[in-house]
Design a protein around this ligand. Structure first.
Ligand code: SF4
Length: 408
């Protein structure tokens, strides 16, 4: 069976897709680029926003035109959403076996190590969420929070280390709630303490942490993990306490700023990145001004901005005072301008500084690209030949849309 795999969405979706790829190959299937010769198309897709669902539908239509006889199978969050509206070839996140049987690939159900075609290994340690932020469809599609057993995660990271990976990215739908459903003494910190002992792994990166799960003490605890990358994605969503309350986020701006402060007193210039939602129901110009002010106060290294879109099954879908699309669009413009200004300001702090870069790809024997621990992408030039998957000290000498560095 020649299967074409299309991955849309977050790191959790990327992980599930990479795992499905390994399972398809393990059962004698082939994974091929989409073409008229593909015998099936498998979309691992996202449903977190209206835009994400539209994208998955556009991709489905394109694939159907490519080979009308090949089934288009939906899996993951988009699979669950389509499954609920009665679509046939649609499978929820926890039904990988159903996908494989639909592809006619019978065999022993196993949890395969994902196939990674990259330098950083992503490890999903948790799935689902119990928080129910009022705008979020994810808990409705992925169910309750479920953590993977500690020994299972350790085994997977050991295998990644044996396979030569130097950096692992821990991910989950609600990563910072890791362990709560397993055992009271198990949490993201005990997981990190265990993983940092694994030889060969030089960097551990956290994909995202929910501010509601953190406080100053926990940030200081994170500071004891020497291999932890000083890059913290802390979704703020809004700078207005009134809106945060209506979103059921469980924290205030004051609390959020105390976390940022704790990060900055634990690591020199850590990268704080975030998600901001524009146009949540009831958001006034004053609320939006509070958000812009909060962004300036923090000085984020990166901001992912989203326009609020009403999602099925969520509380906010029926909230009054839905914000007009043209107002959302106009606010997104202002927010993005500020976001790129702040991102540039953050990178400028490292001009002339030497940072270690994990080389991910080479464009020539003496030119490559990769990330620093604080998540700055750097284009590296070197007199000596470079090698992928090596960490090289680089002096940052210029900032364009991408940082330029030369080995020293
Ligand atoms: S924490 Fe909130 S935003 Fe994140 S997955 Fe859970 S419900 Fe959604």
């Amino acid at each position: 069976m020649r299967v074409s795999l299309i991955t849309l969405g977050c790191k959790v979706s990327q992980y599930d897709s990479a795992q499905l790829e390994r399972m398809i190959l393990g059962r004698g299937g082939e994974v091929v680029p989409p073409s008229p010769h593909s015998e099936a198309f498998l979309i691992c897709g996202c449903a977190v926003t209206d835009k994400a669902v539209k994208e998955a539908k556009q991709v489905s239509r394109r694939l159907r035109r490519l080979n009308p006889r090949a089934p288009v199978i939906l899996y993951g969050c988009i699979g669950e959403l389509a499954h609920r509206s009665g679509e046939e070839n649609a499978f929820p996140p926890r039904d990988k076996e159903g996908v494989l049987l639909k592809l006619g690939l019978k065999g022993k159900a196993e949890d395969a190590l994902p196939s990674w075609h990259r330098t950083r290994g992503v490890v999903k340690v948790q799935d689902g969420c119990d928080r129910f932020c009022s705008f979020c469809i994810v808990p409705h599609l992925r169910g309750k929070s479920q953590s993977r057993k500690l020994e299972e995660v350790i085994k997977e990271v050991e295998e990644l280390s044996r396979a030569g990976f130097k950096e692992v990215v821990l991910t989950g739908v609600h990563l910072s709630s890791y362990g709560k459903d397993l055992h009271e003494s198990l949490d993201i910190f005990s997981l990190l303490e265990a993983l940092e002992k694994i030889p060969g792994i030089e960097r551990i990166r956290l994909s995202s942490m929910e501010p509601v799960d953190l406080d100053r003490e926990k940030i200081i605890q994170l500071g004891r993990i020497s291999k932890l990358c000083p890059h913290f994605h802390l979704p703020l969503q809004s700078g207005s306490d009134r809106i945060l309350k209506s979103m059921n986020r469980g924290y205030t701006l004051y609390h959020y700023l105390s976390l940022v402060d704790a990060c900055r007193s634990t690591w020199p210039d850590p990268a704080i990145t975030t998600d901001i939602m524009v146009g949540f129901p009831g958001e006034t110009e004053e609320d939006f001004q509070l958000t812009l002010k909060a962004l300036e106060t923090v000085g984020f290294a990166r901001i992912h901005a989203f326009r609020y879109s009403p999602r099925p099954f969520t509380l906010a879908e029926n909230f009054p005072d839905q914000v007009e699309d043209k107002v959302k669009k106009e606010r997104m413009v202002r927010l993005r301008l500020l976001a790129s200004k702040l991102s540039l300001a953050y990178q400028e702090k490292f001009l002339g500084k030497v940072l270690p870069v994990l080389l991910e790809e080479l464009s020539s024997p003496n030119e490559g690209e990769g990330y620093t621990p604080n998540y700055i992408r750097v284009k590296v030039q070197s007199e000596e030949p470079l090698a992928c998957n090596t960490i090289v000290p680089v002096r940052i000498y210029s900032i364009t849309d991408i940082c330029l560095g030369e080995t020293i």
